[in-house]
Write a protein that binds this ligand. Structure first.
Ligand SMILES: [Zn+2]
Length: 278
């Protein structure tokens, strides 16, 4: 942070902006001082008023507007978060702050049973993203133990095996793990069915090797990896291979690009992201 003193002129300008800003963060970020220096300067110049308490952000307003729907269960925290563009967790945090009793986590008076549709929604999420009942219910902003238990009961009733999806859909280089029960081998490793997205074939692969970045695709594809097209996510531009991409972008270190793509599945360069296009 800059050491220069905040002048009366600058402090006055900031004070003026505080009166009309949406959030104070918007103002802070335009100045090279830290927040406490700014507040201290405003107080020093007698420009500080408590009425600077800023107007609530649009997210807060949206959550408050949906109070009734959140409370009677006609919208979930997850659905609302998607609609207004924030995380489900933030909706829950705001709900707590503004004493909104979320239908799907807390109940006043007699308990309502968790509807099957909610359990199904969690299971659908689990099927699509992998993980566990608990992780899926949290991701959907419905992570109460009661909902999780109800979902497990529902899964048993319809014969759905959640453990099949525990590591499913995880990606390591070209590998994409398929749903299935990992087969224990050696002392602490597992074999899983994984799809090589380079050629579309399925193999039995050691989980440890994938996670360590030792194995990042089937042998044939690893050999041909140089020929797998690379796509820029932002521009949708396709490069014939890692080699042609590094040449076009004038990146010197071909090997480190390849290793990054293998290990992380994604390579970032000057604000753009590149992935294998298959
Ligand atoms: Zn392959």
């Amino acid at each position: 942070m800059a050491k220069t003193k905040i002048t009366l002129e600058i402090a006055t300008e900031i004070a003026e902006r505080f009166k009309t800003c949406e959030t104070r963060q918007d103002v802070y970020k335009d100045y090279p001082y830290n927040q406490s220096s700014i507040l201290y300067a405003l107080k020093r110049y007698g420009l500080w008023f408590n009425k600077y308490k800023t107007r609530p952000s649009s997210i807060v307003v949206a959550v408050l507007e949906h109070r009734e729907m959140l409370e009677n269960g006609s919208i979930t925290a997850y659905e609302l978060s998607k609609r207004i563009g924030c995380t489900p967790v933030y909706v829950s945090v705001l709900a707590k702050k503004y004493s909104i009793k979320l239908f799907f986590t807390k109940h006043r008076g007699k308990r309502k049973t968790v509807p099957d549709e909610v359990a199904q929604q969690i299971i659908d999420h689990l099927k699509e993203h992998g993980g566990t009942v608990n992780s899926s219910s949290r991701a959907l902003g419905m992570g109460s133990q009661r909902v999780q238990q109800a979902t497990r009961n529902y899964a048993r009733r319809i014969g759905f095996e959640a453990k099949v999806y525990r590591v499913a859909h995880q990606r390591y280089g070209l590998w994409k793990i398929l749903p299935g029960i990992p087969e224990p081998c050696y002392t602490s490793d597992y074999r899983v069915d994984a799809l090589c997205t380079g050629c579309g074939k399925t193999f039995r692969v050691m989980l440890c090797n994938m996670r360590a970045g030792v194995s990042s695709g089937c042998h044939v594809c690893r050999k041909n990896q140089g020929n797998i097209p690379i796509m820029c996510r932002e521009t949708q531009e396709i490069y014939r291979s890692i080699m042609s991409m590094t040449k076009d972008l004038e990146i010197k270190n071909y090997t480190s690009v390849r290793l990054t793509l293998d290990k992380e599945g994604i390579f970032e360069h000057e604000g753009f992201t590149y992935v294998y296009s298959k």
